[in-house]
Ligand binder design. Structure first.
Ligand SMILES: [Mn+2]
Length: 318
């Protein structure tokens, strides 16, 4: 096992940019992860000098095992947990108490937090990595991210970050591609220069365009939100489109998987609810699990409770 390991969120630019920063500063070996994989992956980690866990919020369902594994690794290694997802104070305290270094803020995104920590050891261009993460995580108006972005051409950053985000959406399960992206970012290559990023981002753009055409005919409306079933992995985007197409404060998109449905919620500016808190409660009531941010959250709901889910959610969003 490599001396320094970084376990990071596979699904978005912030996670990959965080990994690239650690690859640059620490030559970290990168393990791509998500909420379903994380505990098993941590279980297999031993004999490392340092471990970084990045951009992976935890939830009630996995927290105990998550903490057990981090604590085990922390006995012999320096473990750092870097994240920006909302988390209960008591959970953060438990992580700290286990001897784990915690870098957490709900303001700035993970790549910005890591950039700040290692700024002295990074080339100047690494600020762009933090900027990409901030833009695609909607954290670009935060004070530090804003200052970083101001120093560059804003449109260049938006273009590069979005291109990367689209390519990742298109090939989100292609670990080989994602690791190549991390490596190239660590070499300070711009996203448009990375193999296949341009091509995949264009394909993703066509997919988005088709989806936009589809949404107004396939979406449905409850009293307090619009919803739609989709085969697309990008349920978050579909949820977002729904708020626009139906002019509702909340959009809900779901995708069927084995015995559950994967649900994404997105809130528009006019959404007055904390969607992370609402979905955690509703999912819990139905034997599923969920959580996230006030305007972007997600859940797993047992398939046979889908109709109940829609009804209860409509009620809670009233
Ligand atoms: Mn993030």
């Amino acid at each position: 096992m490599a001396p320094v390991v970084c376990v990071t969120h596979r699904k978005d630019v912030d996670g990959l940019a965080s990994a690239a920063i650690l690859k640059k500063v620490k030559s970290a070996k990168v393990i791509l992860s998500d909420y379903e994989e994380i505990v098993d992956q941590l279980r297999n980690i031993r004999n490392v000098k340092e471990l970084f866990v990045c951009d992976l919020g935890t939830n009630e369902k996995i927290f105990d095992e998550f903490l057990t594994e981090l604590s085990r690794i922390a006995i012999t290694s320096h473990v750092t947990y870097v994240d920006h997802h909302p988390i209960k104070d008591e959970m953060l305290k438990k992580i700290s108490k286990a001897g784990i270094e915690v870098i957490h803020s709900t303001g700035e995104c993970t790549s910005v937090l890591l950039y700040l920590k290692f700024k002295e050891k990074l080339p100047k261009a690494a600020a762009l990595l933090a900027a990409y993460g901030a833009v695609t995580d909607f954290r670009d108006a935060q004070p530090i991210a804003r200052r970083i972005i101001e120093a560059y051409d804003r449109q260049f950053i938006l273009l590069e970050a979005t291109m990367l985000s689209y390519a990742i959406s298109y090939r989100g399960r292609d670990t080989k591609f994602l690791l190549k992206v991390v490596e190239s970012l660590a070499d300070m290559r711009y996203p448009h220069e990375i193999v296949n990023v341009l091509r995949y981002s264009r394909l993703q753009a066509s997919r988005m365009a088709n989806l936009l055409r589809e949404i107004s005919s396939m979406g449905r409306r409850m009293k307090n939100f619009a919803y739609m079933e989709t085969d697309e992995a990008m349920t978050g985007n579909v949820a977002n489109f729904l708020t626009g197409a139906f002019d509702t404060p909340v959009g809900v998109a779901y995708r069927r998987k084995a015995e559950f449905v994967e649900v994404s919620l997105r809130g528009s500016e006019s959404c007055k609810h904390d969607l992370g808190a609402v979905i955690a409660m509703v999912a819990g009531m139905l034997g599923g699990s969920g959580g996230g941010h006030p305007k972007a959250s997600g859940a797993y709901i047992p398939q046979d409770r889908l109709n109940d889910f829609l009804e209860i959610l409509d009620d809670k969003l009233n």
